[in-house]
Design a protein around this ligand. Structure first.
Ligand SMILES: *[C@@H]1O[C@H](CO)[C@@H](O)[C@H](O)[C@H]1NC(C)=O
Ligand SMILES: *[C@@H]1O[C@H](CO)[C@@H](O)[C@H](O)[C@H]1NC(C)=O
Ligand SMILES: *[C@@H]1O[C@H](CO)[C@@H](O)[C@H](O)[C@H]1NC(C)=O
Ligand SMILES: *[C@@H]1O[C@H](CO)[C@@H](O)[C@H](O)[C@H]1NC(C)=O
Ligand SMILES: *[C@@H]1O[C@H](CO)[C@@H](O)[C@H](O)[C@H]1NC(C)=O
Ligand SMILES: *[C@@H]1O[C@H](CO)[C@@H](O)[C@H](O)[C@H]1NC(C)=O
Ligand SMILES: *[C@@H]1O[C@H](CO)[C@@H](O)[C@H](O)[C@H]1NC(C)=O
Ligand SMILES: *[C@@H]1O[C@H](CO)[C@@H](O)[C@H](O)[C@H]1NC(C)=O
Ligand SMILES: *[C@@H]1O[C@H](CO)[C@@H](O)[C@H](O)[C@H]1NC(C)=O
Ligand SMILES: *[C@@H]1O[C@H](CO)[C@@H](O)[C@H](O)[C@H]1NC(C)=O
Ligand SMILES: *[C@@H]1O[C@H](CO)[C@@H](O)[C@H](O)[C@H]1NC(C)=O
Ligand SMILES: *[C@@H]1O[C@H](CO)[C@@H](O)[C@H](O)[C@H]1NC(C)=O
Length: 384
């Protein structure tokens, strides 16, 4: 009996001892990675006093890197995500964090070789990060990279895409700066070709305003069939857009707007059947609108304004029940109004202006238009 009491007492003692002594290292974060992050912090400043491309200014940093503190485990810092077993930093999201400064190849940020996602979008960062000697080459496991809406410039090296082959999401849109000279991101002759061939897991590719004038459009044929979101607006694409690119099986979003010298034809068959958004406005597409459009049953928005189309609009909208926005403005279309459009109940934006369309306007739409007009008139106090 006495010995049992002793055993219990010893157990009690060792229990209270072990709970008062902290484990050898309570920090998951690896010291050299923490130091790399702290050094990165010293190379940039935080200043919310600048405006983004869309005229918006962040009122305060979404992630305040000033709060990164050595006495706290860096895996708990805001914007930092670690692997919970190895402690490696695997993710950083510092978007909209008012970061200002230049990132050079020697920045300690690029020592975080285990990064799987990096989001620096919507800051005021500069540098030619994507050139031949890019330190991004070290991020072999990178899956998502978002550098959009910053001041990055320079040539996007083809070599980058022999390294970053695991990418599923790449967003480089709205970069460049405009001091004395304008400077943008630009693909070198082989850059896009290499991207299309090597990035076989790519799902989202967003390159709006990147200079793609050197890109051969046939490279698009090599793009991964896993692509869901393709956005190349205002990219200076020119030449004939390959019709097969409308047939990527998983495509949901296709935005080629603002490429005035991009020509091509809409496909007569085999559209990507899950297409939800199609924006080809202000391009140089030719020919007529094919009846195959009537098969796009998932479509929500279509923008075709400002193309050189011809002929009549096929009356095939009856099954496009999700359609909310449709514009065929300034397309040189002729013939009767496609009356199936007027039976769609979700349409909130319809623009058929500047064409040569004719025919009766459905009666039930007159009542809708008069009701809207009367509502607007009464809010502005006009007389109907
Ligand atoms: C870091 O955290 C410690 C403990 O919470 C605190 O005393 C110190 O002031 C903090 N340092 C900074 C720079 O925020
Ligand atoms: C560690 O991470 C894995 C994968 O993200 C997750 O499934 C698991 O629940 C995490 N474990 C702990 C203890 O947080
Ligand atoms: C990093 O590179 C930049 C530009 O090449 C240079 O100005 C800077 O001194 C370098 N910094 C360090 C710590 O080597
Ligand atoms: C990048 O490197 C390749 C060979 O490694 C070279 O042919 C090319 O001219 C370089 N491009 C630039 C912009 O330096
Ligand atoms: C790409 O970045 C821009 C600018 O930050 C953002 O508006 C857009 O939603 C992003 N696109 C995707 C698909 O993540
Ligand atoms: C990337 O593409 C180049 C040229 O097509 C090829 O030589 C290289 O093996 C590819 N790398 C990977 C990892 O697919
Ligand atoms: C602008 O471009 C011109 C000619 O290319 C060059 O001489 C000048 O140094 C550039 N200015 C700046 C600020 O980069
Ligand atoms: C790329 O496209 C070309 C032309 O269509 C084709 O010959 C080649 O096999 C394709 N390469 C890959 C990797 O898909
Ligand atoms: C359309 O798809 C079918 C089935 O996948 C295929 O046999 C046909 O060749 C395709 N047509 C065109 C014009 O691509
Ligand atoms: C619509 O799709 C069906 C089934 O894939 C096909 O048989 C039909 O020809 C298509 N219609 C048009 C106008 O492309
Ligand atoms: C508009 O279409 C007519 C034929 O319908 C054609 O003669 C004319 O050239 C077209 N105009 C433009 C600007 O494409
Ligand atoms: C449109 O709807 C009206 C009333 O709901 C119906 O009478 C008419 O047949 C429909 N028209 C078409 C082309 O579907």
């Amino acid at each position: 009996m006495g010995s049992l009491c002793l055993v219990l007492m010893v157990l009690q003692l060792s229990w209270s001892l072990s709970s008062s002594v902290p484990p050898p290292s309570s920090h998951l974060c690896l010291p050299h990675q923490r130091d790399a992050l702290l050094h990165f912090k010293t190379t940039i400043s935080v200043d919310c006093d600048f405006y983004h491309d869309d005229g918006y200014r962040d009122p305060y940093p979404r992630i305040d890197i000033e709060s990164w503190n050595k006495s706290i485990d860096c895996c708990s810092w805001k914007g930092v995500k670690c692997n919970n077993v190895t402690g490696h930093v695997i993710g950083m999201d510092l978007s909209h964090s008012c970061l200002v400064g230049s990132l050079f190849a020697n920045n300690s940020l690029f020592q975080l070789h285990n990064l799987q996602w990096l989001d620096l979008s919507s800051n005021n960062l500069r540098g030619s990060l994507l050139e031949n000697t890019s330190s991004l080459f070290h991020f072999h496991g990178l899956r998502r990279l978002n550098l959009a809406d910053n001041g990055f410039d320079g040539i996007i090296s083809s070599k980058l895409f022999s390294q970053l082959v695991s990418l599923t999401h790449l967003n480089l849109s709205y970069n460049g700066f405009f001091d004395d000279n304008e400077s943008y991101l630009r693909f070198d002759g082989h850059g896009f070709d290499m991207l299309a061939r090597n990035l076989t897991k790519l799902r989202n590719l967003v390159l709006d305003t990147v200079d793609m004038s050197d890109v051969a459009l046939t490279s698009l044929l090599n793009l991964s069939s896993s692509l869901e979101h393709l956005s190349f607006s205002w990219c200076q694409l020119h030449g004939e857009f390959p019709t097969q690119a409308f047939q990527l099986p998983n495509l949901k979003v296709l935005d080629l707007s603002g490429n005035e010298n991009l020509a091509g034809y809409l496909p007569n068959t085999n559209w990507s059947s899950g297409l939800e958004l199609l924006d080809l406005s202000e391009c140089g597409f030719k020919g007529s609108i094919p009846a195959s459009c009537g098969n796009l049953t998932q479509i929500i928005s279509v923008g075709l304004e400002g193309n050189s189309l011809e002929g009549q609009i096929p009356d095939v909208f009856g099954n496009l029940r999700k359609l909310t926005s449709l514009s065929f403005s300034s397309c040189n279309l002729s013939g009767p109004l496609p009356i199936t459009i007027f039976n769609l109940t979700k349409i909130t934006h319809l623009d058929l202006s500047y064409n040569h369309l004719e025919g009766p306007f459905p009666n039930h739409w007159w009542s809708t238009i008069l009701a809207v007009y009367s509502a607007i008139s009464s809010t502005v106090g006009a007389q109907l």
